[in-house]
Design a binder for this molecule. Structure first.
Ligand SMILES: NC(=O)CC[C@H](N)C(=O)O
Length: 247
């Protein structure tokens, strides 16, 4: 059989590129196409910052650095933000009230708000989702500072206290057909979504109510659970694709 090359067509733009191998017509989802584009462009030089004030930031750094051509940097201080040109930012799980307290005390809060306003991709997981939300219910007495930007109302600890933490496979169509294993630890839920918010995943809560557990709004991504605590890198790949597409 003559040696021919694969022809991969992006279903959205119709553009195509050759890959080594045989001419077989692959129709990829936009997500898969981006993935292959990123993989092909190994020289893509992306730096993703992970807010490291508190919480599960190390796990995000490790997960991000499994993506070819992507560097992750832990950010704590104003100087860290000033000394690193970052293309995207992850706000990890932990305790949103603590993060807000430290961010305010260290002068990082306004940098975070400026970064969100810049339009560069930002991903909040669990406490990070709360931090990114415009509104938070069940906030601490006296209220807690939020970065804002994601037009949602979240309910802190929606699924209960630590002892009610759970793991469950959920459907996240944007990642493909295979369910994603969600690790919910004193997790929030999104109760209201505003303009421009795309719902990516839902879950039935302990009261039988369907709540949103993952959403995207332009360059902002949020989820109630902890993808960094699973070996499944699809959520991190989705975020890397968002960052790559924004460059
Ligand atoms: N795992 C987590 O990030 C928990 C979030 C925490 N319950 C909060 O309200 O900030």
């Amino acid at each position: 059989m003559k040696n021919i090359h694969s022809l991969t067509i992006d279903p959205l733009t119709g553009s195509s590129f050759k890959t080594s191998g045989k001419y077989n017509l692959h129709i990829l989802t936009k997500y898969q196409f981006n993935r292959q584009t990123i993989n092909m462009c190994q020289s893509v030089d992306i730096t993703i910052g992970v807010l490291a004030l508190q919480g599960a930031f190390r796990e995000h750094v490790l997960a991000i650095e499994q993506s070819a051509g992507v560097k992750a940097v832990a950010l704590r201080t104003r100087e860290d933000f000033e000394q690193n040109k970052i293309d995207g930012l992850i706000i990890p799980g932990g305790e949103s009230t603590t993060m807000a307290h430290i961010a305010n005390r260290s002068g990082v809060m306004d940098i975070l708000r400026e970064f969100v306003a810049s339009g560069k991709p930002v991903w909040g997981t669990c406490a990070g989702l709360i931090f990114l939300a415009d509104k938070a219910q069940s906030a601490k007495i006296g209220g807690q500072a939020l970065i804002g930007g994601l037009h949602v109302t979240v309910d802190r600890n929606h699924f209960g206290a630590q002892v009610h933490s759970f793991e469950v496979d959920i459907s996240v169509p944007v990642l493909g057909e295979k369910p994603f294993h969600g690790v919910f630890i004193r997790a929030p839920a999104i109760l209201e979504t505003g303009e421009g918010v795309e719902i990516l995943a839902k879950h039935i809560d302990q009261n039988g109510k369907e709540v949103v557990v993952a959403a995207r709004q332009g360059s902002l991504l949020g989820c109630s659970f902890h993808p960094e605590l699973t070996p499944d890198n699809r959520f991190h790949n989705l975020f890397v694709d968002m960052v790559a597409a924004s460059l």
